[in-house]
Design a binder for this molecule. Sequence first.
Ligand SMILES: [Zn+2]
Length: 694
Amino acid sequence: MWVGDVGVTLVLVRDDGQSVSLGAVIARAGEGTIYEVVGQPEWVAKVFHPGLKDLAAKRAKVAAMVASPPTGAVQADGFVVLTWPRHLVDSGDGAVGYLMSRVDTTNAVEIHTLSNPVDRANPLPTAPQWTPHATWHHLVNAAANLCLAVETVHRVDAVIGDFQERNILVNDTTRVTLVDCDSMQFTDTAGHQFLCGVGRPEFTAPELAGSNLAVTARQKPSDLFALAVHIHLLLMAGNHPFLRGQWTGTGDQPDALTLARSGQWAGGPGSLLHTHPLAPPLDFLPPDIQRLFVRAFTDGATDPNRRPSATEWRTALSTIQVTSCPRGHQIPVEADPCPWCRIDDERSVRRTQRAAFAAPAAPTEQLPPQRVTPIVPGPPAGYPAPPAKRSRTPLIAAGALVAAIALGAGGYALVSGNGDKESTSAAHGSGGGGQSGGQSGSESCDGSVFTGTGSASLSADGLVVSAPTNTGCDGALTGSSVRVVVSDGSRDVAAGYFDLTAHPLAAGGQPVDFVFPAGMYWRTTDTLGSDSLTIDVTGYSRNELSAGGLSRVSATGPADPVHGGIDSTAAAALSELAAADRPYITSNLADRWVPQLSSKRLGLVTDGITYANADILRNHLELRQRYQGARLVLSNDWSTFSGPDWWVTVAGSPSDDAGPAIGWCNAQRIDSWNCLAKMISARRGPDGTTVLNR
Ligand SMILES: [Zn+2]
């Protein structure tokens, strides 16, 4: 179990014979732990968890990738385009992991933060603050740079496969990095194929619909489908071509994959899905770009080889000429009229109509007495303004990325694989959680009762974090205020105080379940990318001469998060939960009635509470624990809510009319004030979409 021995310098040997000393832990991901490399800031090491399922296959895949890195994975100036495995590292007993280039994530965001206009305009307090300053032209640049990254992958026999938003980082100069490269499909020189077993439906090419991805080899054109979706999201104000539009066919709008198979997409030729009234029309784009979308989504629906290559896209994107409309929006020179003006006008018409015809608000949707205005950050120091004239200063020269500006010194952080994008430069490095609080008298216990890592699950009592203990450290654990802090990389998961004076815990090899009630945890299993959490237990003492009893204990009080402030941690957790629930809601709840249990907004005064983010999160998590399948909806995503920024909790099963939702409220014996029937839709206004339980 040397991997758990944090604090001891571990020396591994690179495949070229150089030795590699592991430094601080930067992140713990699902498949392994990411370490700094002492004295070599350009590298990080990913060391696989020893118990990783399919470890042998993973080793073989990484070895094959190391043998054939694509040219351009790291640019001449050191910018990392791909976190491709570059060197195997060996413990003397076979490969235990690999080295990859370290990515500077201090100014990078996942691409959805950039393509979604609401997220772009309102960065989380913990996120880079440059996104509100990004213009449409910057989004075009980011799209072109994404193409370059795809071209780089496709130089070798690799398919990105799980080509989704969380694996794409964009920095404040619009440069793009693809991370989680060891999950890509890769074929070695002998023809042995290592597959990518995962994918998200909204980025899955239609030819893969219904396939078992774990056993299906993908072709490069399936990446080109996802690439076109990403470009559409960037250029078209975050509108997904197969999710958001006006459905003119009979029945409900089919799901994204069904639409993709039939070549029907928002505003596409012959499509029953028309452009959404609050989305830009396809024809505001230059004709070349329009034609590429038609090839990608209409022709490509039945013939994947018709889809434009990354190079074709990049060439077309880099010739877009941008100008400004009289109101200052950025548009292609061909655009007439300005789509952003029309959308602004449409929005203000809708606002006026809502105000004029506003029905009495649902009981839980009262307007707060005062509006909380977010602090507008100042312009970042180094964000480059796009040049006014492309001809003078091309932003994207062929094969080159826009010039990088100098980023903050010492701000290197790492991006790790497996959907678990840690971006911390202040990683919680101590894995030996018990060391600071443990009192050891036994030679068989090397000082740390807890192994420092564990897993979590959600129960009706709260978040249960299971913390393994070391076999040698038996006896009873006591303490009146034992603090347990749980993190997932740089994200706070839970923190609380436990009183063990009346009932000591049993250790010595069996795991301890720490239960955190709502209000003492922030993340649930829905938003944890990793099954290996960092657990820091302090303030206990171990009496090896007496036997402990309990193996499960509930927190008696909250502790502060260690990576962020109370409110910013709660705000980030709310956004993550809503993002994690969004695909489910879009696929299953849209245009249907569901029971609504709560709606809360920052600053809302009700039940004697002025709701802060932490209160909103606690309220939601209490309901989530109690009602299986409860989901978090942000009102901004749907047009049937009468105002923005409401965090709405829904539960139960969706139905085509309000009756079953009201029936569910009654069956659960929730009073009529707190449970009502709500229709969630992006196609209707608020009128007639709320039915109270009377
Ligand atoms: Zn305009």
